[in-house]
Design a protein. Sequence first.
Length: 304
Amino acid sequence: MTDISVIIPTFKRPEGLDRAARSILRQANPCGLKLELIIVDNDPAATALDAVRGLADGAPFPVRYVHAAEPGVANARNAGVTAASGDFIAFLDDDEEAPAAWLCELVGEQRFHEADVVFGPVRARLPEAITDHRAYYIQFFSRIGPEDSGVIDHYYGCGNSLIRRAALPQRDAPFSAERNDIGGEDDLLFAEMERAGARFAWCAEAFVYEDPMLSRTRLGYTLRRAFAYGQGPSAACAAARHLPGILFWMAVGAAQFAVYGTAAAALWLVRAPRRARMLDKAVRGLGKLFWGGPFKLKFYGSAA
């Protein structure tokens, strides 16, 4: 039996995948945990196969290749979970890199608090050549949580997380295929686990680095993502058929757009440094208002 299965879903990112996978192969393991690395190739052409074979040669623990031929972020994650044999599942994205103590820190926090899910920080790294809106991009691609580790009353995203498999609502396909194109499949899962009484924890020491693609360090991309993030609460209430919740979040979105939109317009006129961040907040408000139907945005199934 495997103690921890580390899953890296990937789609046409050879350099990022190599960096992420090698960081897992370099993990410190003083307690002798039985590990496995599962790389899920979500490209129908199976372009990651040769790279995974190369990584498996001489690896300190099993490296397994899974081909999830049907594109979709939920499909990829579900394929990895189905293939995993571990009591715990750790997720790392293919644009992230984990320091050597990453798994040890997550496991220690999980054991101390008997947590069902442990989340850690994400620290964005940008090339020095990116100067416009640099602080905004770093904040956008980072995950900033509490300064101290401990039990938390909310959840974060799937990248950089450790999940107790027995706590999953479905053993082999816990992520909703309805979110294949737009993302947020992890939010739906963790919201369901929260309703079932799952315990979440934060490990401030279990950080990973994220290296966003250059094509994503532009406002055209980040504001579209901000709009989609804003849709999350309203869409979650719609999925639960909770009309009061939908109306509440739409009202919140309208207020956010009015306040932050006005502030963004003023800051943009004077070229203030925080103008992009304020516009981001306004766009998230719009997402809460326009959350369904033709306003759903597709982000997955593309390497850009």
